[in-house]
Design a protein around this ligand. Sequence first.
Ligand SMILES: *[C@@H]1O[C@H](CO)[C@@H](O)[C@H](O)[C@H]1NC(C)=O
Ligand SMILES: *[C@@H]1O[C@H](CO)[C@@H](O)[C@H](O)[C@H]1NC(C)=O
Ligand SMILES: *[C@@H]1O[C@H](CO)[C@@H](O)[C@H](O)[C@H]1NC(C)=O
Ligand SMILES: *[C@@H]1O[C@H](CO)[C@@H](O)[C@H](O)[C@H]1NC(C)=O
Ligand SMILES: *[C@@H]1O[C@H](CO)[C@@H](O)[C@H](O)[C@H]1NC(C)=O
Ligand SMILES: *[C@@H]1O[C@H](CO)[C@@H](O)[C@H](O)[C@H]1NC(C)=O
Ligand SMILES: *[C@@H]1O[C@H](CO)[C@@H](O)[C@H](O)[C@H]1NC(C)=O
Ligand SMILES: *[C@@H]1O[C@H](CO)[C@@H](O)[C@H](O)[C@H]1NC(C)=O
Ligand SMILES: *[C@@H]1O[C@H](CO)[C@@H](O)[C@H](O)[C@H]1NC(C)=O
Length: 654
Amino acid sequence: SCYGCPTKVSCKGVGLHKFPKELGQGVKYLELSNNFIQNLSGSHTLGFGQLEYLDMCFNQLEAMSATALAQLPQLRSLLLGSNHLDHNYVANGRAFHLLRNIEVLDLSANNLESHMAGWYISNLTKLRMLDLSGNKMTRLLAGIFWSTRRLRELDLSNNYIMEIEEGAFEALEELEVVNLALNSLHCISGFSLTQLRVLNLSHNALELFVSEEGVEPYLLQVLDLSHNRLLYFPELPKAHYLTHLNLSNNLIASLLPGSHHLGEFVLRYKEMASFNGTSPAAAGLTHVADLDLSNNRLQLFPFTFFHSLGSLRSLSLAMNCLQEVARESLAGSTEPSDRSPAPPEHAALSVRSLDLRSNAIRVLPRWFFDSLPQLETINLGSNSLQPCGGSRVPAPGGNCTPFYNMPHLKHLNLHKNNITRLRPYAFNQTLLLSLDLSGNKDLFMPKEALGGLEFSLQKLSLRDNQMDNSKAELPCLGTLKVLDLSGNNLSLLPTGLFCSPLESLDVRHNNLLTLEKPALTSWSRSLKDVAVAGNPFSCCSLAWLDTLRAAGVGVRDLDKALCAYWDGSRNFSAKITSSPRWLCPRPRSTSPLALLVVIIGIFSLSSGACCLLKKGQKSLGCAGPCSKKVGVFPPHPKRDEPAEVKPADSITKV
Ligand SMILES: *[C@@H]1O[C@H](CO)[C@@H](O)[C@H](O)[C@H]1NC(C)=O
Ligand SMILES: *[C@@H]1O[C@H](CO)[C@@H](O)[C@H](O)[C@H]1NC(C)=O
Ligand SMILES: *[C@@H]1O[C@H](CO)[C@@H](O)[C@H](O)[C@H]1NC(C)=O
Ligand SMILES: *[C@@H]1O[C@H](CO)[C@@H](O)[C@H](O)[C@H]1NC(C)=O
Ligand SMILES: *[C@@H]1O[C@H](CO)[C@@H](O)[C@H](O)[C@H]1NC(C)=O
Ligand SMILES: *[C@@H]1O[C@H](CO)[C@@H](O)[C@H](O)[C@H]1NC(C)=O
Ligand SMILES: *[C@@H]1O[C@H](CO)[C@@H](O)[C@H](O)[C@H]1NC(C)=O
Ligand SMILES: *[C@@H]1O[C@H](CO)[C@@H](O)[C@H](O)[C@H]1NC(C)=O
Ligand SMILES: *[C@@H]1O[C@H](CO)[C@@H](O)[C@H](O)[C@H]1NC(C)=O
């Protein structure tokens, strides 16, 4: 049941209980993962002298003999994750010492304690990549990596490491990538692994991260400190190459120097004596492009702090407690500044993407945007901002935020800001491509509100605003492609829409009885998909559906859409997909008999039959349906005429 070519064989998940014997000589690459192999002894590996790669992850391995491994001198990669190598570890480890050429070793999820892991790797001098994740290690002993000096990548994530003995990493001069995520580290001090490029310390309990003073510059590029308990921005004065710094999900309340209060630490560290935090923490971080400070406790957007981050492109301060943006250097002060029109000199930040979602911002002053001249994307969802009107008349109260005149801004999200009214030309001269105004209950949007976006806006969301027809007016948006109107109370589509080349339309959960033909006709060339469920469509005017189908538009949720019909005494609701259209009153029908309707239905089953029936009357348009299709829509049954023949059981009910 194994397959592959002579040198590369896979027996993955085929139920093996033993190492497969019958494979030919010369196998170099062997995959045995997801089986039930328990032991590996000398007789098994005889004849596998060419083997370079062996994957035995997800087996029941607990014993590997020295003879077995000695017979694999070419082995470079050995993957043994998710086995039971905590059993017999002394004997197994002794066997491992013979794996002279091993470069890649996976010992993840084997229940290994620190000393077991240390024993396994204690003679693997050529090791480049080591995976010890998902074990039970609690500390890294000083000598653990003494013989594995060429280690480049080390995964220690998901253990219980609380302690790293001094010098544990000292021998590892080529180490570049270390993953210590999901451990129990409380403090990193004297961090001096200058050769590291990627360090992941996320999901620990770090309160303090201090680099060593006076060392040479660090090569570190990626530092993930997310999900810890940091109270302050880490001190990284010499991390000049750092591009990606993740501090999300910590307890950072201030980025200002001098705001440290040692009393806030849960534990005491001797490093605190020298730790006085007056150095500007961001000083050396000239290459940081991506800084994530989401889910912390910041109350101020500290402009000055970000000034030294000259390469910053993407900044997230989502889910903090921001109320204000701070205008000037606020050293020593945590008071929110009063609003002043004067922007600081040389204040421009290079940020292109800014995430300020889920804060408590009420207003952003003009200078804020002026200081972000390259801003392309801003997420301001879940705040309390009110956009100003675009005209020169100042808004009453003056506590609105100007979104006009920002030529570089392309994506604006104002989801859930409790915006009740948009003023005319709110986005004038801001060539937005996408605008999210969803979740603003009872939003009133007059026709002029989106004035100025006629030739730029491509994507608009007005979802869950409970707007009725009079509140949702749109100008002619000549480039709009994606529109979400779901969760409103519209019984008509906004008329301005008809000049948009819509491709995707969501009108779920509104009050629509039908979709008007003019609209559908105007979108016939562009529309690709619609979502319609949750409207009180009438079963007797489903011509819109035929129109959509004929135009090849996908109706995403047709199986969930219902329609209502009146049977003379009460309203019924039916699935549109099984809609009983033959019950509907037929305005021009000469016979009240439903049976006749059904018969006509049968004859109109195919266009061929239709032609035969009407052969003598070419002038009445028969040629149309049967000849080559012309025009935008292929022909389809006339509105309100039975289009489908129901199965016999439906007919007998009639
Ligand atoms: C595997 O090896 C262990 C220890 O050498 C031994 O006790 C056990 O019986 C062996 N199991 C099998 C299935 O060979
Ligand atoms: C360690 O590996 C070397 C070869 O790399 C070998 O000569 C030596 O015997 C091994 N030591 C032990 C204790 O197995
Ligand atoms: C760090 O590890 C965590 C947990 O495994 C993971 O979610 C995160 O993506 C890693 N960070 C980086 C930068 O790879
Ligand atoms: C930072 O870490 C969080 C949590 O691990 C993750 O969701 C987020 O995507 C990371 N941010 C960046 C910019 O990688
Ligand atoms: C604070 O730290 C700086 C450099 O880290 C040092 O020069 C200064 O003496 C320290 N101040 C105090 C009061 O410890
Ligand atoms: C839109 O902005 C332009 C340029 O600033 C201005 O001339 C025009 O009056 C504005 N339109 C409205 C309606 O405010
Ligand atoms: C929304 O705004 C109105 C006034 O416009 C205010 O009365 C109300 O409390 C606000 N709601 C929330 C959730 O902020
Ligand atoms: C929706 O609009 C109708 C009138 O068109 C009104 O009677 C109804 O109360 C509205 N529903 C909601 C939830 O606002
Ligand atoms: C039946 O539904 C139609 C439209 O859906 C409505 O106008 C009519 O009032 C309803 N009749 C009853 C009795 O509910």
